[in-house]
Each structure stands twice: as structure tokens, then as C-alpha cells.
Design a binder for this molecule. Structure first.
Ligand SMILES: [Zn+2]
Length: 180
């Protein structure tokens, strides 16, 4: 928790994100700001595919890329599309606690067994699949990964403002992940 900045009033939003679509995201989701009408997306949200999360945001407010661990390394064309064609200038990268992309190796047997039982894969192919992809999708720590992914994206898209956030599944609230 010491790495997280709770947002329970508009004054808690860090200065650099106030009056931006990232500040608005926090106001809509955490502070029940009444929804406004949008005719185009204001920002891009990157978040995990995990089913426990639901954002309270207005219609048309955001592009959303959902990918395990909020890992956008393999979604770069879509990020570029949201910027180049969708004209967004802000990205909210939303990690969450208890993410399944942490410590994937602990779910290896379950993963392989599930593919064999449910999808009809043969065991050897399922094992190969796991060992090929698990290192690409393992994130290590939700918050540390979100911070490093934020840094990577800032280098890649230097004029875009990017904020690392965390969705806590216990209270369904968004927090800023403290940088530095
Ligand atoms: Zn996750």
C-alpha cells in the first residue's frame, strides 16, 4: 500500500494529471463524477484481461486494450493506432493486485492440464506452448511491471502523457502507483 496513492477527493489527484483525461478517469471511476457526453475517445486505457475489474466511465470516453498483466509490449500497433488515428494524447496503464500473470510457473500444471482436458491438446504441445510463452508474459510484480512499462512507453511515445495506476480488487478503486 505504501507504493499507492489513494484518490478519494479531486485534490488527491497529482497536479500534473489534473484537467487531463487521466484526472477525469479517476473522477469518473473513484469519485462518481456524473458522466459527460463524448463523441471521440479522450485516452487509451491499457488493462489486464482479468474478469474482476469493471471501469465506471462514460460511453466513448476511452480506447481500451485488455491484455494479461496490462502488458502492452505485444499490442504496440494498437497503441500506435489509438494515438495516430484515434488522436489520444494520454495513456492510463492500469495494473491490478492478485494478477494471474505474476508467478506463472506456479500455474504451469493447471495450465497444461486445462489445455489437455478442455481444449483437446496433446500434453507435449501444451508444455511447449507454456514454456515458449510464459517468459514473455510473466510480469514478476504488478506495480513494478506497470512502472517499467510506463517508462518504456514514455520513451517510445515521448509526447504522450502516461500514468501508472493500480486497480485494487478488494475495493474496486483506482490508485496511482507512486513513481521514484
Ligand atoms: Zn491480471
Amino acid at each position: 500500500m505504501e507504493k499507492l496513492l489513494p484518490i478519494s477527493s479531486p485534490e488527491n489527484i497529482p497536479q500534473e494529471y489534473r484537467q487531463t483525461p487521466i484526472g477525469l478517469l479517476l473522477e469518473y471511476h473513484n469519485l462518481n463524477r456524473p458522466p459527460e457526453t463524448y463523441d471521440k475517445a479522450q485516452l487509451l486505457i491499457g488493462m489486464c484481461m482479468d474478469n474482476r475489474k469493471h471501469l465506471h466511465i462514460p460511453d466513448n470516453f476511452a480506447f481500451i486494450i485488455r491484455s494479461g498483466g496490462a502488458n502492452l509490449r505485444y499490442s504496440e500497433f494498437k497503441v500506435s493506432y489509438a494515438i495516430g488515428v484515434g488522436q489520444v494524447r494520454h495513456i492510463a496503464l492500469i495494473a491490478h493486485n492478485n494478477c494471474g500473470m505474476v508467478n506463472l510457473i506456479s500455474r504451469k500444471d493447471e495450465f497444461i492440464e486445462g489445455l489437455v482436458e478442455s481444449a483437446g491438446w496433446d500434453r507435449e504441445r501444451a508444455e511447449e506452448h507454456f514454456f515458449h510463452y510464459a517468459p514473455m508474459f510473466e510480469i514478476g510484480s504488478e506495480t513494478d511491471f506497470a512502472l517499467s512499462e510506463t517508462k518504456r512507453l514514455r520513451l517510445r511515445y515521448p509526447k504522450i502523457r502516461i500514468a501508472p495506476l493500480l486497480y485494487r480488487v478488494e475495493d474496486n478503486k483506482l490508485y496511482f502507483i507512486k513513481e521514484s
